[in-house]
Ligand binder design. Sequence first.
Ligand code: ZN
Length: 114
Amino acid sequence: MTANPKMVERQNLDKETVKQINKLHDFDLEIREAMDSICDFNDAIRDLAVQWNLNQFALQILWGFACDARRHEDFTLPKCSCPYFDNMELLGTDMRYVNGDCIIHGFKQKVFSA
Ligand SMILES: [Zn+2]
């Protein structure tokens, strides 16, 4: 995957930064593939989701944006069963729709509803 050229221009990024961004985009895909290929090892899938989130922070830094987990589209990760469209609407806010049965996010609901 390559960085969006319009965004690169708008953010005024140098070649080295774009190279690093492309590497992290590839890493994003590798994490997603690993999540896809794991069957029922919930802990491993959650660990990969943590890695994916850290990678998103690194990408936000390289792009020159603030580190902001509220902008992470983690509901698009393989094995996530949280609602896509509802969460797209909430992107950038503190709120998320969580499917209690989601392998990745379901435990959060238990934590917050206690
Ligand atoms: Zn989920």
